[in-house]
Design a binder for this molecule. Structure first.
Ligand code: 2PG
Ligand code: MG
Length: 431
């Protein structure tokens, strides 16, 4: 009889993320010697309903951002309850940690602790089964590789420039496959760099690897993207534009929206009008967080106005949590959901949210965080979960290219069996 494999060791280390802030690396070892390790990312424009990211708060270390106690509590509290558990079910391991935590927002252990162990366990199981991670997150996985959404111009909370919109992305949805999409994105990115340089504008990059010049307006950023697409030899049948507004950062106590860098205050209705007119003017394929996460009335109005023309993506709105997504689906707000595992805090709960999205016809978009690491897990998860899109920054900075490089190598391994998520988006009504 085959002997059952179980967990023999759980360990953790304080390491650094791409902003140089501490984060958690966890490692899980199984009785057959298989090991899995994982690092967790960290956001800057975090949604108010995200699961809790636990930090030491000791101002004498890393400005309070240390995770030494978090790591210690993985060894002291988490390891004893997991060691000895059978390594057959992701759900069982995740639930065990959630029960130990016992809070709604993972306040006690921290979502950063639970997710690191959850993902490390998924990798250890994959190694044990001799399979890549993308075949393990949900049994079997699909063969669909996601289309990249490359954030080539950074603003908002991600850059010290004068752009209010946080992310201007290019989406090579019309490319033949993921390799051509990544090539196209890289070529447009470099064409944009040449344009900026030729105009004496800065080509220094922001947190997600996109350029972060100071421009006259957010509209000028869109004009530059259009020029760069053309300069690189592409057109809007191949490359669309996507925005992450992160409008929660603009909300004022009276319900209006204040764009700090432009020093402009807009009512909810004016902001909605702005997005409707932009959707008519620019080749937008999606807008993320166009309104604040608590402005459900605004979201309903905008979904009615634009929901059949482009993707309206809830990030801070849904924070990857199934109950919040289900409530939004019932209210008819948004039609796509950003999937960030650390917003909910475990692999199983991430899978549950994606399943709920797909059942309701909402498009799941896999996503990195602005503070990320060289861990490429989200590339595997996008494939495993069948997300047609992945948002993981510019083709610049190793924590971003780690995900693109992972997709390129999986595409190589899959060969002719690979399908491309971008082709799904050519359906009428999604542009
Ligand atoms: C977002 C993300 C990732 P952050 O708002 O979608 O691009 O940023 O990780 O800072 O929340
Ligand atoms: Mg966002």
């Amino acid at each position: 009889m085959k002997r059952k494999i179980h967990i023999v060791e759980v360990d953790a280390v304080e390491v650094l993320d791409s902003r140089g802030h501490p984060t958690v690396f966890a490692q899980v070892i199984l009785s057959d010697g298989s090991r899995g390790g994982a690092m967790v990312p960290s956001g800057a424009s975090t949604g108010q309903y995200e699961a809790h990211e636990r930090r030491d708060g000791d101002a004498d270390r890393y400005g309070g951002k240390g995770v030494r106690e978090v790591v210690e509590s993985i060894r002291r509290d988490v390891a004893p309850i997991l060691v000895g558990m059978e390594a057959s079910s992701q759900q069982a391991v995740d639930s065990r940690m959630c029960r130990l935590d016992g809070t709604d927002d993972k306040h006690r252990l921290g979502a950063n602790a639970i997710l690191a162990v959850s993902l490390a366990f998924a990798r250890a199981r994959a190694r044990s089964a001799g399979k890549p991670l993308w075949q393990m997150v949900i049994d079997g996985g699909g063969h669909q590789l996601p289309c990249p959404m490359m954030n080539v111009l950074n603003g908002g909370a991600h850059a010290d420039n004068n752009l209010d919109i946080q992310e201007f992305m290019i989406v090579p949805y019309g490319a033949a496959d993921v390799c051509e999409a990544i090539r196209c994105g890289s070529e447009v990115y470099h064409a944009l760099g040449r344009l900026l340089r030729s105009r004496g504008l800065s080509t220094a990059v922001g947190d997600e690897g996109g350029y972060a010049p100071s421009l006259d307006s957010d509209e000028q950023a869109l004009e530059l993207l259009m020029e760069a697409i053309k300069l690189a030899g592409y057109d809007t049948d191949t490359v669309a534009i996507a925005l992450d507004v992160a409008a929660g950062e603009w909300l004022q106590p009276d319900g209006s929206y204040h764009l700090p860098k432009a020093a402009l205050t807009l009512s909810r209705e004016q902001l909605i009008e702005k997005w409707v007119s932009w959707a008519e003017t620019w080749p937008l394929i999606s807008i993320e967080d166009p309104l604040s996460d608590d402005d459900h009335t605004g979201w309903q109005q905008l979904t009615t106005a634009l929901g059949n023309r482009l993707l309206l993506v809830g990030d801070d709105l849904f924070v990857t949590q199934e109950p919040r997504l289900t409530a939004g689906i019932q209210k008819g707000i948004a039609n796509a959901v950003l999937i960030k595992p650390n917003q909910v805090g475990s692999v199983s709960e991430t899978v549950a949210t994606v399943r709920a999205a797909k059942a309701a016809g909402y498009v799941p978009i896999m996503s990195h965080r602005s503070g990320d690491t060289e861990d490429p897990a989200i590339a595997d998860m996008a494939i495993a979960l069948g997300a047609p899109l992945i948002k993981t920054g510019a083709p610049c900075r190793a924590e971003r290219t780690a995900k693109y490089n992972r997709l390129l190598t999986i595409a190589h391994d899959l060969g002719e069996n690979a399908r491309f998520g971008g082709s799904l988006l050519q359906l009428e009504g999604q542009r």
